[in-house]
Design a protein around this ligand. Structure first.
Ligand code: SF4
Ligand code: MG
Length: 365
């Protein structure tokens, strides 16, 4: 008779459990980004080759700091595969493997199932590792969504992350299903016939994942709230079963903005109502929405990026209508000023808007 070994899992304490986040639960949202003591360990080291200001690189570093050294990472094809897998200059100090763009979910399922089996059979002695796949939006929201959905459905004990830069950046800034309405990409250039650029609204990836896989832990966050990002990483890893996290990660090259503004964009997109931050609890089947302390017009966000520089007043108004519907979904009463901005007459051409923050007048992709 073969003795079956117990699979021992890690538990990663949340950062606010040790009294290190004095701002927990405060009313200005600092608990989402204030962290006096970052973990010293850095499984994503120097040595990658992403662009200056790359949002996905910030996301990778934060997720892996939160996960620690007993971690295995998979990376489907995308910017963060190409930029991090150059021969002799990989930034990882933990095991990492490339997968095809469509197979991040199935590959990671196999890794999780193999660790379970090897530990049970006594062929691998040690704790069950953190198993993470970080897929771009081209993979997680488009080409590879089927394999990730399958893995979530089967409940493999792993964390499935979409780092979302809202385009196929690696291949030259083509539109993806999460590219916002109005986004200028090489496949959606604004012109005389279609002046807004992209006509379609973005796919609501995280809600699809939560509603379609109600037994999974699902969360959204951005690189503007690094502590929130790191804590949700740990919650997803601690969850026994499949977890999915959708992270907004600006792409300096594709969006055309000033490089120090990556984290600022990560907060503004939330304050503009364009990327709701929430957590889905599979036990209660309920959503916990983060309501930012400041609610902004969408133009506060649009003017900082060249990809939106072509937008007309009616396009900004369309965007504001979408943001206001998001606020309503979150149970927020929409302020009168934001309601007025649903009318094109209250908007300007984005390129003519004056603004105190660094404004990007580039031409987009
Ligand atoms: Fe990062 Fe965008 Fe550059 Fe890719 S193209 S490395 S996502 S900034
Ligand atoms: Mg992408």
């Amino acid at each position: 008779m073969t003795l079956t070994q117990e699979v021992v899992r890690q538990y990663l304490p949340l950062f606010d459990e040790q009294g290190r986040a004095a701002a927990v639960g405060d009313d200005v949202g600092r608990d989402r980004h204030y962290l006096p003591d970052l973990p010293v360990e850095d499984p994503y080291q120097a040595g990658h080759r992403t662009c200056a200001g790359c949002g996905p690189a910030i996301e990778y570093r934060s997720v892996l700091k939160a996960a620690g050294q007993n971690t295995v990472v998979a990376g489907p094809t995308g910017c963060m595969y190409v930029a991090n897998a150059t021969y002799m200059s990989t930034p990882y100090t933990v095991p990492w493997a490339h997968t095809q763009i469509a197979s991040g979910g199935s590959f990671t399922s196999g890794v999780a199932a193999a660790y379970e089996a090897m530990i049970r059979k006594g062929k691998y002695r040690g704790q069950y590792p953190n198993i993470i796949v970080m897929a771009g939006d081209g993979s997680a929201a488009d080409i590879g969504i089927g394999s990730i959905s399958g893995a979530l459905y089967r409940g493999h004990d792993a964390l499935f992350i979409c780092y979302d830069n809202e385009c196929y950046a690696n291949t030259g800034i083509q539109t993806s299903p999460t590219t916002p309405y109005g986004g200028n990409t090489t496949f959606t250039p604004p012109g005389k016939v279609i002046p807004e650029g992209k006509k379609l609204p973005p796919k609501n990836l995280a809600k699809m994942m939560a509603e379609g896989h109600p037994n999974c832990y699902v969360a959204t966050t951005t690189v503007g709230y690094l502590m929130d990002l790191m804590n949700k990483t740990r919650k997803g890893l601690n969850f026994r079963g499949a977890a999915f996290m959708h992270v907004y990660t600006p792409c300096q090259k594709g969006w055309v903005y000033q490089t120090p503004m990556t984290v600022e964009l990560g907060r503004r997109v939330v304050e503009a109502g364009l990327f709701p931050v929430w957590e889905y609890d599979p036990l209660t089947r309920s959503y916990d929405y983060f309501i930012p302390p400041t609610l902004r017009p969408v133009t506060d966000y649009l003017v900082m990026q060249g990809r939106f520089g072509h937008m007309h007043p009616e396009h900004a108004a369309t965007m504001q209508r979408a943001a206001n519907r998001n606020w309503e979904d979150m149970g927020v009463e929409v302020p009168t000023r934001l309601r007025e901005l649903e009318d094109p007459a209250h908007n300007e051409y984005v390129k003519e808007t004056t603004y105190s923050m660094p404004v990007q007048r580039g031409v987009g992709a």
